[in-house]
Design a binder for this molecule. Structure first.
Ligand code: FCB
Length: 449
């Protein structure tokens, strides 16, 4: 093993999301989100679980920030619950809800940890869903107005903002396959929703520029490093289709290229044409300061003319981890190289990367060596991509704590800190020690590749 040092000033952090950790679902005037509703529908979430309590971070945030400080985190990516701040999505802000984030930000800054705030990590106010949600164009402007509420309240201290977390997942899993909230399976809804989510990003960027010209803003996308099963022409075409639908559909408009033709044609063929109005694409292409990259694995794809999109996922050839992810640590470096080349070397923050690993607590300790091995591999690959000229400035591990893993409930654990859901006690895992060492040295002992 050799020590691979990251560039001077590289930032190390951890990420979470409001609904996954906060709990306090009905306190201090918080409104309902689509996740509160979804969790109450039988059969939607493993074991009928919900984020009602989650990690109870709403009440324990001080201790959690102290833990972050103890681990040596330099930055922390959190998301704000829109319905906690605006219970009905619009109108008068709920001061108590805003105050929570105000105190949290103060606590972080007091601990020397830079906040990175995501506006939207999937918890749309139910009141807006009742009026059509993302399929309703009004939601885009309402999102920007919600952003302005946060920029006004927190923008004197928060200088790093992410608009959306993983629009691909919002659209594909929330509106096409129906496995995440709001549980819709309809391309006629998904097409407009896709466009309005992207439009809302652009409007929120413009609103931030107006309110806080010195702040930096970007968008975070869900990524997979796609690979073709072989070198045949049809397989290589399938690879590009997978990238169009899952990657370019969300990146191209941000970088002024509009949506891929294949994606536009598919939605149109399904009766869900994107309702693009004059000027929308310019709004969406409002310049950003960084690209947020979330990545967990790779995916092999092959041609399949019998499916409407023309390709499908091929079976894994590597060991499969929790949530069906192949153990593919090289995928992070591979994807970063690809996305850097594709979009002219944007400044990148890895806003999520991590490993699901349910190693239990034995004698008070969690020896999650699988997570450590894979994180080491991800970081080795990332380091190599940086050496090759990719402009990566920060890395946020997913996640600080074991938390509510959406439709998987509490059944999947991604934390470097263990959460005991009976007592809500936090116990750093072995991987937390590994990560602290990485931060302290600004370097990783590589995996030998
Ligand atoms: C990402 C989500 C995050 C978490 C991880 C495991 O897609 O952004 O909330 O669920 O996956």
């Amino acid at each position: 093993m050799a020590l691979r040092r990251f560039p001077e000033g590289f930032e190390w952090g951890a990420a979470t999301a409001a609904y996954q950790i906060e709990g306090a679902w009905n306190e201090d005037g918080r409104g309902l989100s689509v996740w509160d509703t979804f969790c109450r529908q039988p059969g939607k979430v493993f074991n009928g679980e919900s984020g009602d309590v989650a990690c109870d971070h709403y009440h324990r945030y001080r201790a959690d920030v102290a833990l972050m400080q103890q681990l040596g985190l330099q930055t922390y990516r959190l998301s704000v619950s829109w319905p906690r701040v605006l219970p009905f999505g619009v109108g008068e802000p709920n001061e108590k809800g805003l105050d929570f984030y105000d105190r949290l930000v103060d606590e972080l800054i007091g601990a020397g940890i830079q906040p990175c705030v995501t506006l939207y990590h999937w918890d749309l106010p139910q009141a807006l869903q009742d009026r059509g949600g993302w399929a309703n164009r009004d939601t885009a402007q309402q999102f920007a107005d919600y952003g302005t509420v946060l920029y006004d309240k927190l923008g004197d201290r928060v200088t790093r903002w992410v608009t959306h977390n993983e629009a691909l997942i919002t659209i594909a899993f929330g509106h096409l396959f129906g496995v995440l909230a709001p549980g819709i399976r309809d391309a006629r809804v998904a097409g407009p929703a896709l466009h309005h989510v992207m439009l809302s990003h652009g409007l929120a960027v413009q609103a931030l520029r107006a309110a806080r010209p010195d702040a930096e803003v970007g968008i975070t996308h869900a990524n997979t490093s796609y690979e073709a099963v072989d070198d045949r022409e049809e397989s290589l075409a399938a690879l590009e289709l997978a990238r169009d639908f899952n990657t370019r559909a969300y990146h191209d408009p941000i970088y002024g290229r509009g949506y891929p033709k294949t994606v536009l044609a598919w939605y149109e063929s399904q009766g869900g044409a994107l309702p693009i109005q004059d000027g929308d694409l310019d709004v969406i292409a409002a310049p950003t300061d960084f690209l947020g990259v979330n990545l967990y694995s790779r995916q092999r794809v092959k041609a399949d003319p019998s499916v409407s999109v023309g390709y499908r996922n091929a079976p894994p050839t590597l060991p499969v981890l929790d949530m069906g992810y192949e153990a593919a640590p090289f995928a992070l470096g591979d994807f970063v190289r690809w996305v850097s080349a594709e979009y002219d070397r944007p400044k990148i923050y890895i806003t999520e990367n991590g490993v699901g690993d349910d190693t239990p607590k034995v004698d008070g300790e969690i020896d999650d060596h699988l997570r450590i091995d894979l994180l080491r591999g991800f970081l080795t690959g990332l380091h190599a991509a940086i050496e090759d000229g990719c402009d990566v400035r920060a890395y946020y591990v997913w996640s600080l704590l074991d938390n509510f893993e959406w439709a998987f409930g509490y059944g999947k654990r991604f934390g470097i800190v263990h959460t005991d859901y009976a007592t809500l006690e936090r116990t750093p895992k072995r991987s937390a020690g590994f990560y602290s060492d990485v931060i302290r040295q600004n370097a990783v002992d590589d995996d030998g590749t």
